[in-house]
Design a protein around this ligand. Sequence first.
Ligand code: 2HG
Ligand code: ZN
Length: 481
Amino acid sequence: MTGSSSAAFSDTLINALKSILGPGGLLTQDTDTAPYLTDWRGMFHGKAFAVARPASTEACAKTVKLCAWHKIPVVPQGGNTSMVGGATPDDSGRALVIVMSRMNRVRDIDRIDNTMSIDAGVTLKAAQDAALDAGLMLPLSISSEGSADIGGILATNAGGNNTVRYGNARELALGLEAVLPDGRILNLMRRLRKDNTGYALRQLFIGSEGTLAIITGAILQLQPKPKSIETALCAVADARAALELFAAFRNAEPSAIQAFEFMSGLSMQLVNTLIPDAPLPLAEPSPAYVLVELASPRGGDTLRGLMEEVLGKALEDGLVSDAVLAESEAQRQAFWKLREEHSEAQKRAGTSVKNDVSVPLSAIPEFIDRATTACKKLIAGIRVAPFGHIGDGNIHFNLVQPEGADGAAFLACDHEIMDAVTAIVRDLGGSFSAEHGVGQLKTYMMPAWRGGAELDVMRHIKTAIDPEGIMNPGKMLPEVG
Ligand code: 2HG
Ligand code: ZN
């Protein structure tokens, strides 16, 4: 096929979709659809006969209804930032990708309810800014927040940097609006703290990775905007010291911690060398680092005192070898840049194998030690570059290809590496996917990890809601047989 992805589909279907979606609502030319057909990591390359961009929930519902009638697979896509190929279609060319970018309205912010009602296509960054403009805060923050949208974030139950204080995306969603696989609109847009009226359906759709419905809107719980924030970058010897430091902050004032992030020496070094304007603000490089942020809706300098007290003691005890406190918002942003550019830096360093895992906090040091040994044994020169949300027990145990090695050959070993790492995770009572989801990359792990009754119940739910299997096929649940 050249020029148009939709050549094999009937003009009647294309015209029907065009009339539902309006001008600019349906992309069919290869040059227009291409950005939606490859994932951010460049691991998956799919095909689709078109990309739909509905501008309203009704248009989305009519689009899905038409697809259901024709048994056309539907692939919902947010900001296309999935790390597990969760939003990339297969290569059959039969699918319709549905993106929400034209549904980008903040519907309302209620200062008494402390909620934001919002379209699924608003990026997380735009949603955060809207909350701040209203004097409030949307307490969800992830590295890809400039592109990731609210629908994708809820569909994958994203976590990120502030989970340690405010929970994952599911904890923030009071209400939800979604289009079911038969095209009906499910309106769960209730902003109630108490509502025990049957199954909590919104929680079923949150984290279902687009396999049960397309999320079109949500009501999110907001928080007061912090009046004081203190951010510090600390040099530590290893994950053990990082966890001791976490415990020290938690014991001093658990409600003050807003983020507690870990970065290995190698992953920080990749940021410092491969990302422009990202120098290390400490005198010496360290084997590992912690980025800690305290926040409070109260003004005054209590937090600075707390930060200095805990870090002072940690320096005295040898838990921290050096630390620098942000003295301005610009410096705070510069510290966060060092953390948030980790994925980009690793991408620039070549191909990587990612393990987004969680283990009990106390098991993190043992996990990192054992997984490092296992990976080094597998591939000579492999670059072990873990980082992540250590306060949640969530480590991105990423392996970067050996310097100068063939990237594709390294990536061909991804299952071998992931299996070696996740065997240790399993032994320590953890999970093979903490916050990135299963997507298409990790479906093969589901039977071993979630088999038996758990997978059986999941399959029954899928069949009950999507009997024709049109919603995001090939994702999360492995093929039967
Ligand atoms: C982050 O924490 C993201 O920055 C991406 O979850 C992690 O690249 C990764 O593995
Ligand atoms: Zn993360």
